[in-house]
Write a protein that binds this ligand. Structure first.
Ligand SMILES: Nc1ncnc2c1ncn2[C@@H]1O[C@H](COP(=O)(O)OP(=O)(O)OP(=O)(O)O)[C@@H](O)[C@H]1O
Length: 929
């Protein structure tokens, strides 16, 4: 016993280590990436850290193996039957060797076999990171450990249902009914590509097929009623939920395919959500936990609330309901009309006959008397990759932005939306009110295809707490997710904000598809361990735990039969075919052991009298979590010391990052500088080339212009010539008339000649005296009676020719004379010109002469004045000489005397007098001309 006990303790320790390892495996995958970049930034320590990581990994693996062997021996000793049962199941599934997934038949039909899966229980066991979550919990209570020993795993394919929407009147009038969707039986459907669809075009080119076949868990045709759909799809999941199992339901499809109709329905014809609510409340009828002091906490735990907190909760609930009262006429904001589920009674009006279900649940539970239930609901949406609470009061101003909520994970790897409003509802009426409030806030915008299209993934989540006394025995979660339309941007004519929405919608659906495909791949090949990108979108991150075995997921694929959306529908169907191949392994009794307590690694509960134990919380979070710098982690719940550590670590990381960034920045700047220089050089070269080209082209243009001008000039000259010709032109009639005249005259002349020849010699008298004088020197006419007429005529002709010659000579003479005249004219003109020149010269000379004459006259006048002056001077001189006692000098002439008086050094009186007189006579200063 002691050995077994010791072994048990050892196993427990190992289990807790391994569990922690596996529960954080997924998170580590993401942390790893950030660590890698951090490690690379840390330079030299990289290899050491990598080694350390590798060693840690090896140790964990070793732990895992040890744990496996211990578990095996432990299980063998405690519960042999269950072990063998599990082995049988594993071998049974192992034996299920599957074949190809897609079968291309000769007639161009593609068969997608949904059961074409290769999967084993062991495989799943090895790839499921959360397989030991529950063994960890087994150490908490004795009852749980008992349950753990009988854990069974129930492999099940992901249930994928197809719902085909009926045609609307409009669609029929637009000829959308082209037999694209043919339901063969309850599980098989055939899609025929209509003419003009991309699929048909591709198949015509030999790419792909025109006919596709798909199989589903169940197909619901256009005539299916909502009640039948509920019965055939999620009813069993709801029953499981009431028994403590988690469930997730997706509605997937293109916009306007009927997703919202399926989930919510209408007032007259409610969808699966109100029907599920009805079943739940019928089940908990009379066992309602009214206190409201136990509330869901983090991922899948519960929290005790103090009286103040309870008050706060009641207040929140009232506020949310008040949002609904504010509206008089509720606007239609989502795909479902807002008057849906407005019922006056506590139960829904459509509730028909779920008594069987309720009975079934009650009978199976067997805890009718003891347990109570509390249902907490939340309604939120993922819009543009941000999570928004739909129960939040709408913003007063349109410019204000809604607060996006963070997706966090608790220590067990369960995702949850932080600060999400959870409302405790006591009946269907209240739950439906919540739904209506959320619908009001739901982001809906009209697209081309659906006037009230949902542009977000909306999720209605219900957490059911089974309470025994004041203990929460278990919590189960049911989520119904109405996915946004999977249409592509082009089809819906989306732009701007709508395009961004479409991008985000498609991205999250793509990630969902990737996760499903990766899950399937990992299951189909045990050697494969593909990374499942749960964390790449909020949607998959939130439901990661469900896909990893913590609940059952099912998908309702909605399609319409319209020819215009055929390609989109085909895409949806292909996605569904992959989804259907995912196998979920859900431990059947697992949920019972899932006590909603916060436990640390030491197994101590976190909640003590409704208050969180700090010490336990410190142990609850691992170092990895403390170091995890992801925004989404819930840091606020950490103690101050750890927060300081985190800050220190972050500071170190920040410094390293900054250093790295600086180096990168310098490198980038250098690269950019080089690139810019290169670019500048290239552009300069290009510009030079352009300039040269321009030069050439301008030159060419210039030449062309010259040619044009030349041509224009030629044309002009030609036109002028034509005009001249036109001027000289003589009309044909006139010319002919003239010719006729000439002919008539010639005829007359010949007649006259004939008459002459017959007439007498006297007729020669016609010659005038002048004529005679002109011609006598040429031809002296013989005048005598004996000359015949013929001779006369000859003579006359000779005369005529002689006259002609004479005329010609004269003409020549005239031309000669004209030439001479022309020459003479030229000479005359030249002479005239020279005459003009000479005349001009003469005038100039005359002018000059006149000027000179004037000058001479002035000189003469001056001379006369000088003479007069001289005479005066002479007189003065003679007077002076007569008065002077000095002997008069011999007469040498006046000028000689003056010269002497001027040049003599002696100052004679004459000189002085002369100068004085000169000075006193201003007239003498006049220039001498
Ligand atoms: N099974 C059905 N029977 C009758 N009418 C239906 C059915 N399914 C859908 N409809 C009608 O088709 C229209 C579009 O449906 P719904 O709004 O549910 O589409 P949706 O896929 O949710 O679109 P979106 O993604 O744009 O929100 C609605 O008027 C709805 O009443």
């Amino acid at each position: 016993m002691t050995v077994t006990h010791a072994l048990r303790i050892l196993v427990t320790q190992k289990r807790s280590k391994v569990w922690l390892y596996f529960t954080r495996k997924d998170a580590n995958a993401v942390i790893c990436n950030s660590c890698k970049s951090l490690i690379s930034a840390m330079g030299g320590t990289t290899s050491n850290m990598q080694k350390h990581l590798a060693t840690q990994h090896a140790i964990r693996l070793q732990d895992c193996r040890v744990f496996d062997s211990l578990l095996l021996s432990d299980t063998t000793t405690t519960s042999e039957s269950s072990s063998s049962g599990a082995n049988e199941t594993a071998s049974a599934i192992n034996a299920k060797e599957m074949t190809t997934i897609i079968d291309l038949t000769q007639d161009g039909t593609v068969f997608v076999h949904a059961d074409a899966m290769e999967s084993t229980c062991n495989d799943l066991h090895s790839c499921n990171p959360h397989r030991d979550v529950f063994s960890e919990l087994s150490s908490i209570t004795s009852t749980q450990s008992e349950v753990l020993d009988t854990v069974e795993q129930q492999p099940q394919q992901l249930r994928v249902y197809l719902r085909v929407r009926p045609f609307s009147k409009d669609e029929l009038s637009f000829n959308e009914d082209q037999g694209c969707v043919v339901i063969e039986n309850s599980q098989s459907v055939m899609l025929n590509a209509p003419k003009g669809s991309a699929t048909m075009k591709s198949s015509e080119k030999g790419i792909g097929q025109a006919i596709h076949k798909f199989s589903f868990s169940q197909i619901f045709g256009p005539e299916t009623k909502q009640t039948d759909l509920f019965e055939g799809t999620i009813k069993s999941q709801v029953c499981d939920y009431l028994e403590g199992k988690n469930a997730l339901v997706f509605s997937y499809g293109v916009t306007n395919a009927g997703k919202t109709h399926t989930i919510q329905g209408s007032h007259k014809d409610p969808g699966i959500l109100p029907r599920a609510l009805d079943v739940i409340f019928r089940h908990i009828n009379g066992r309602q936990y009214e206190n409201m002091d136990l509330k869901p906490y983090l991922g899948c735990d519960a929290q005790y609330l103090g009286p103040d907190q309870v008050k706060q909760e009641r207040c929140t609930k009232a506020t949310v309901f008040a949002l609904l009262k504010e509206e008089n006429e509720p606007p239609q904001v989502s795909g479902v009309s807002s008057d849906v589920f407005r019922t006056s009674t506590g139960s829904l009006s459509f509730s028909v006959s779920y008594d069987n279900t309720v009975e079934f649940v009650n009978a199976s539970s067997g805890e009718r008397d003891r347990s109570q239930f509390a249902l907490w609901v939340a309604f939120y949406e993922i819009y543009n990759e941000s999570v928004y609470d739909l129960l939040q009061a709408p913003l007063s101003s349109k410019t204000k932005r809604r607060t996006a909520l963070r997706v966090c994970e608790d220590s067990m790897g369960n995702s949850y939306v932080r600060d999400l409003k959870w409302i405790n509802v006591h009946n269907s009426e209240e739950a439906c009110k919540i739904l209506r409030v959320g619908n009001k806030n739901r982001s809906a915008a009209s697209t081309k295809m659906n006037q009230s299209s949902s542009r977000s993934h909306s999720i209605f989540t219900m957490k059911l707490l089974r309470i025994d006394g004041t203990d929460v025995q278990r919590i189960s979660e049911l989520s119904l997710c109405d996915l946004a339309g999977s249409e592509r941007c082009g089809k819906t004519k989306t732009f701007g904000e709508r395009l961004k929405e479409a991008g985000n919608i498609n991205n999250s659906l793509l990630i969902l598809g990737k996760c499903i495909a990766a899950l399937r791949n990992n299951q189909s090949d045990r050697m494969k361990n593909c990374y499942i990108p749960f964390r790449e979108s909020k949607l998959t991150r939130l439901f990661q735990s469900i896909f990893c075995g913590k609940g059952r997921a099912s998908m309702i694929v909605n399609i319409n039969q319209c020819a215009s959306t055929y390609d989109e529908t085909l895409h949806v169907m292909k996605f569904s075919a992959v989804a259907k191949q995912v196998v979920q392994v859900i431990p059947t009794k697992l949920q019972e052991s899932f006590a909603p307590q916060l436990v640390g690694r030491d197994g101590k509960p976190l909640l003590r009298n409704g208050v969180i134990d700090d010490q336990a919380l410190q142990n609850y979070l691992s170092e990895e979590e403390l170091l995890d710098d992801e925004d989404d982690n819930d840091m606020s719940i950490l103690p101050q010391e750890d927060l300081l550590n985190v800050i220190d670590n972050l500071r170190t990381k920040l410094l390293a990052e900054r250093r790295k960034n600086l180096v990168q920045e310098i490198e980038i700047r250098k690269e950019m500088g080089d690139a810019m220089l290169q670019q500048l050089m290239e552009s300069e070269e290009q510009r030079n080339r352009q300039v040269a080209k321009l030069k050439d082209s301008y030159q060419e243009k210039l030449e062309n212009t010259f040619d044009l001008y030349k041509d224009a000039l030629k044309d002009h000259a030609y036109q002028r010539a034509l005009e001249r010709v036109e001027d000289d032109y003589v009309p044909l009639d006139e010319f002919i008339a003239e010719q006729e005249k000439v002919e008539a005259l010639e005829q007359k002349l010949s007649e006259i000649n004939q008459q002459r020849s017959t007439s007498t010699v006297g007729s020669f008298t016609v010659l005038t005296k002048d004529n005679c004088s002109q011609t006598e020197h040429i031809l002296p006419l013989p005048v005598h009676n004996g000359v015949t007429d013929a001779e006369r005529c000859i003579v006359l002709l000779e005369e005529k020719s002689a006259l002609k010659k004479l005329c010609e000579q004269k003409e020549k003479l005239i031309v000669l004379l004209e030439k001479k005249v022309a020459i003479l004219n030229d000479t005359l003109r030249e002479a005239g010109e020279s005459y003009h020149e000479k005349t001009a010269q003469e005038e100039t000379l005359k002018k000059k002469l006149a000027d000179q004459t004037q000058a001479i006259e002035r000189m003469v006048t001056d001379c006369t004045e000088k003479d007069k002056e001289l005479a005066l001077l002479k007189e003065e001189f003679s007077k002076l000489s007569q008065k002077s006692p000095i002997r008069a000098k011999p007469k040498r002439g006046f000028m000689a005397n003056i010269r002497e008086s001027v040049t003599s050094p002696r100052t004679s009186t004459i000189g002085r007098t002369l100068r004085k007189s000169v000075r006193t006579e201003p007239l003498l200063k006049k220039p001498f001309h």
